[in-house]
Structure formats: structure tokens, C-alpha cells
Ligand binder design. Structure first.
Ligand SMILES: O=C(O)C(=O)Cc1ccccc1
Length: 274
């Protein structure tokens, strides 16, 4: 079985992948960016992929939501991983000498306040670990990376400042995706994409009412542009029942009678890591 995740070694994605698939014999397919992970599964280069979709501080990771759709993937699992971010530099780096901080944008966003307080520039990388690796290769004392303690150890960096994110309860949610649109038997949540038939006053509230009328809890809601014209949005709704529950079929049927396009993007249960 081949599983794709965001590399290089030392990313949070690697930790999530290794801990989620711990009991199986896996052929790992390490990718250079989050969109490439989902593309690898879409193109059949890997059977499964794991990608970050939501962070407790920064919210939705849009590149994952968008790439899920482009590659026609099914979410069959979810992993919640505690994450701690540190400012990492080469030996001898002093906080006051840092001019630039390097990392993947969602990680930089989780420590926005701290980075603003340093009054430094930021540089975007494709992962926390690729930023840490670049700091080691640069061998400079005026740049630092935002990454995990594990990445710091791997690339021989020291912690210039610990726990720089804006919450001590920081967690990231990853989705486990595949091409096969089959829900696991124990699925407890369903992810739906709803593309409204038209723009009219109250369209979102009428969509949400379908779920409240059926007493189906929604655990996540996100809107993304349809990318067709300015102001046209589609909605992602995560319902608190697996797809095998008749209430999900009912909700989909009602939404379709309203003329909305509804796609089931996945059904899964959560794995919480500590
Ligand atoms: O860059 C990484 O280490 C990733 O796996 C992506 C990511 C970035 C920020 C928080 C969690 C995961």
C-alpha cells in the first residue's frame, strides 16, 4: 500500500501519517507540497494521502480543500494531531539578530502575533521541515524557521524561542483521502459539498435549516468561492452522522429538491492522537 504525505522528513504531516498508519506495511510516497500529495492520489501514484485541512488557530487550510475537489478524492479518515511550533535557528542565533522567519504559510499564521513583535520579514516554504532544512543549509544567524522540535533535532537546529503559537492547545486536523468512494463501516461524520442553485436572500440559512430540521448536528462549515465569478460561493458542511445513516440521504434529497448540487466528499471517523 502506497501512502503520500508532505515531506521532507520532520513535517507534522509525516508524524500524522506514521502514527495513523502505524500497524501496516507502507510504501511511503513523500511529496514536495500539499497540493502534490492530493494530486499523487488523484493520479494513482499513491493509494492514500494524508493532508492538513484545519488548524485550531488558523482555521481552514484552503489549499487542501481546493485540491480535494480538483482531484476528485474521497475523505475516508481524519486524524487530529497536537502541534507545537518553535522558532529554530543555527547554534548561536539570537532572537534580536533575526531578520527573516521561514515556514509554510499556515504555520507562520499560527504565530502571527509573535512574528509581528519581532518586526521581521517572512519567507514562504512548502513545509515547516523544508524551511528548517533550508536554515541549516544557509548556515546563517539572521534567519530562523517555524517548525517542530522534531524537525529542529533532525536538522541540528536549536530552539531560539519555544511555543510561539497563539495557543497552548494547538491542534491540526488531517484528512486521509483515497480515490475509492467507500465509507468505512464505523463512519460517524459525513463531508458534503453544496453548490447553491442560485444566489438569493437566505440561501445559506435555508441549506442549514435542512440539517436543523432533521436534527443533524453540523461539526464544520466552510465557504469557498466557486471560482466562476466574484461573490459566488459553495459550502462545505460536515454532518455528525456517517453516510450510512438514513438522515444523511434525507438531507441530500431535500437539498436536491431545492435545486442545489450536493456531492458527498467523504465519510469517516476521527482518530485523536495525543
Ligand atoms: O509543514 C508541515 O509540517 C505540515 O505538515 C503542514 C502543516 C503546517 C502547519 C501545521 C500543521 C501542518
Amino acid at each position: 500500500m502506497k501512502v503520500a504525505y508532505l515531506g521532507p522528513h520532520g513535517t507534522f504531516s509525516e508524524e500524522a501519517a506514521h502514527r495513523y498508519f502505524k500497524d501496516e506495511h507502507i510504501d511511503w510516497h513523500i511529496c514536495d507540497s500539499v497540493p502534490e500529495v492530493l494530486e499523487a492520489v488523484g493520479d494513482g501514484l499513491a493509494d492514500w494521502g494524508i493532508a492538513p485541512i484545519e488548524n485550531a488557530i488558523e482555521g481552514t487550510i484552503n489549499m487542501t480543500v481546493d485540491s480535494l475537489l480538483v482531484n476528485d478524492l474521497y475523505i475516508a479518515g481524519e486524524v487530529i494531531l497536537p502541534v507545537s511550533l518553535h522558532l529554530l535557528g543555527t547554534e548561536g542565533t539570537k532572537e534580536e539578530d533575526i531578520q527573516e522567519v521561514w515556514s509554510i504559510p499556515p504555520a507562520l499564521a499560527q504565530c502571527r502575533e509573535y512574528i509581528r513583535s519581532l518586526k521581521v520579514k517572512t519567507r514562504h516554504f512548502d513545509s515547516t521541515a523544508s524551511a528548517a532544512e533550508a536554515i541549516r543549509e544557509a548556515g546563517r544567524n539572521d534567519v530562523a524557521a517555524v517548525a517542530s522540535a522534531y524537525a529542529g533535532d533532525l536538522f541540528g537546529l536549536v530552539k531560539v524561542r519555544r511555543n510561539i503559537e497563539e495557543s497552548y492547545e494547538n491542534q491540526t486536523r488531517f484528512v486521509v483521502v483515497t480515490k475509492d468512494k467507500k465509507a468505512p463501516a464505523d463512519a460517524k461524520k459525513t463531508m458534503l459539498q453544496v453548490i447553491p442553485s442560485d444566489e438569493y436572500t437566505g440561501v445559506l440559512s435555508s441549506i442549514l435549516n435542512v440539517f436543523s430540521a432533521l436534527n443533524v448536528n453540523l461539526t464544520w462549515i466552510e465557504s469557498r468561492p466557486t471560482k466562476k465569478k466574484l461573490g459566488a460561493y459553495q459550502f462545505f458542511l460536515e454532518a455528525g452522522y456517517g453516510v450510512q445513516n438514513p438522515l444523511i440521504d434525507k438531507a441530500v434529497a431535500v437539498l436536491q429538491t431545492y435545486g442545489h448540487e450536493v456531492n458527498i466528499l467523504g465519510s469517516f471517523s476521527a482518530t485523536k492522537l495525543d
